[in-house]
Ligand binder design. Structure first.
Ligand SMILES: [Zn+2]
Length: 252
């Protein structure tokens, strides 16, 4: 049941028999020249639609903005920052808590949102509730190492090709690129550099170090809608099963 389509008496009735809710968290940010800015919200939206068909759990609207300070140099990127995201998510969780929610499942589309979501989970834990965080892109690699991916790379491109191929600009697919930190220090992700085999965080503004905006190690050209369908179906099945088990989690 989608919260935005339900009446308040329907929500009241829902919480008489269940205390589980799903909250989707997205971002509006650069995903490379070939991918839509809304990718990190569009994938959780699709996953939640698939989970809803399997579980009938109450689903709040996906928050379309997150925390992505490092991408604000790319046009169209909008970041709430960690503090505001934490406040907004806290208010969303509080509203659902007041209505009766105690088991919260966050379906997250963006790594930069993790600190804020986890802070909300700790706050919920202190008042007798519990939260779980589904970071779909990192879960994907657990199901199939070939599904692991970077930011805006083959993994996310496959997901969007499945959701709506019209949102991928194939003509703009081009190699990813990140400038090294120094001649002897290579960049391995947007944040992490590598020196003598050891990874060292060197946080830098993304626009000044990568021209395209997507970051490997996977390849956007390998993405297919079939990959996206199999990957998102597997993750939706898993989250639906997780929710069944999570509903039995005791509350403090
Ligand atoms: Zn993304």
């Amino acid at each position: 049941m989608k919260l935005q389509h339900a009446t308040w008496p329907q929500v009241q009735a829902y919480f008489q028999t269940s205390d589980t809710v799903i909250i989707g968290v997205g971002s509006c940010e650069n995903h490379g020249m070939h991918m839509p800015l809304g990718t990190d919200a569009l994938v959780p939206e699709k996953l939640i639609e698939m989970i809803e068909a399997r579980t009938h759990v109450l689903c709040a609207p996906v928050l379309p903005f997150g925390s992505c300070e490092y991408f604000t140099g790319f046009p169209g990127t909008i970041s709430l920052g960690d503090d505001i995201l934490r406040s907004v998510l806290g208010r969303i969780a509080d509203g659902l808590y007041t209505a009766g929610a105690r088991h919260f499942v966050f379906v997250n589309g963006h790594g930069g949102n993790i600190p804020a979501i986890e802070a909300v989970c700790y706050a919920l834990s202190k008042k007798g509730a519990i939260g779980a965080v589904m970071n779909w892109w990192s879960m994907a690699g657990s199901f199939d190492p070939g599904w692991a991916g970077g930011h805006g790379g083959g993994q996310e491109t496959a997901a969007i090709l499945y959701i709506n191929p019209d949102w991928v600009d194939r003509s703009a697919m081009a190699p990813g690129d990140i400038a090294p930190v120094a001649p002897q220090i290579q960049a391995v992700t947007l944040k992490n550099a590598q020196f003598k085999g050891v990874q060292i965080p060197v946080p830098r503004d993304a626009r000044s170090i990568c021209r395209n905006g997507w970051v490997g190690p996977d390849d956007v050209h390998a993405a297919t809608a079939e990959w996206g369908e199999k990957m998102l179906t597997t993750i939706a099945d898993y989250i639906a099963e997780f929710i069944e088990a999570f509903q039995d989690a005791p509350l403090g």
